[in-house]
Design a binder for this molecule. Structure first.
Ligand SMILES: [Zn+2]
Length: 206
């Protein structure tokens, strides 16, 4: 998220401002020539001017690889509240993708699925895993040796449940997908251990 703030005083025109490190908090001091002419130290003054403040929120686009086009496309990130996701998603998908739950092993619809296609994000449809990268890990969860493109997923350290694991989320909507472990097959050596309910298998485009 980028925040663009512009300030303008009716008396002196555009002003500069300083962003503080904490998100959402900013302060500004304006060198007011109007007052400086009357003041001996000509220092920065918090102004008694009439201000117009314009705040523009923009979200940077995310490079997402599309299997259908074979290209990286710049996509808008998808940001919804949990309340909004709850209305849109199935109950199990909501609890796993948005609340970081884990489906029990051997219960998901894709752990023993051998159909050809692309596993997409169940929340936003982003291409995540090719069925050609799927392998039988014996764990009871659908497992992949790599995503369709490194940028389509993001990883971060997960210290929940007394373990240190690497969480995998969808780059576009932040959906929790599962975890990745360094015990997969060659050549990547990685095991992307996913929840079926966070995925949607889509037939490959002809
Ligand atoms: Zn997504």
């Amino acid at each position: 998220m980028k925040v663009q703030v512009s300030l303008r005083s009716r008396e002196t025109g555009p002003a500069s401002f300083r962003m503080f490190p904490a998100p959402g908090i900013f302060s500004f001091y304006h060198y007011c020539r109007h007052f400086a002419r009357q003041c001996s130290d000509a220092s920065f003054y918090p102004l008694p001017c009439t201000w117009t403040i314009q705040v523009i929120f923009t979200q940077a686009k995310i490079p997402i690889f599309s299997v259908a086009s074979g290209k990286v496309e710049l996509m808008d990130p998808i940001s919804r509240t949990d309340a909004e996701w709850k209305v849109i998603l199935r109950k199990d998908t909501f609890e796993i993708a948005r609340l970081q739950a884990t489906e029990p092993a051997f219960t998901g619809k894709y752990h023993d699925c051998h159909m050809d296609g692309i596993y997409t994000c169940a929340c936003c449809g982003t291409d995540l895993f090719d069925s050609k990268a799927k392998f039988d890990s014996g764990t009871g969860w659908p497992s992949f040796s790599s995503p369709v493109a490194p940028g389509n997923v993001r990883t971060s350290q997960d210290r929940s449940h007394g373990m240190i694991r690497t969480e995998v989320v969808c780059s576009r909507c932040g959906a929790h997908l599962g975890h990745v472990f360094p015990d997969g097959p060659r050549p990547t050596g990685m095991r992307y251990c996913m929840n079926s309910a966070a995925l949607m298998l889509v037939k490959r485009s002809p």
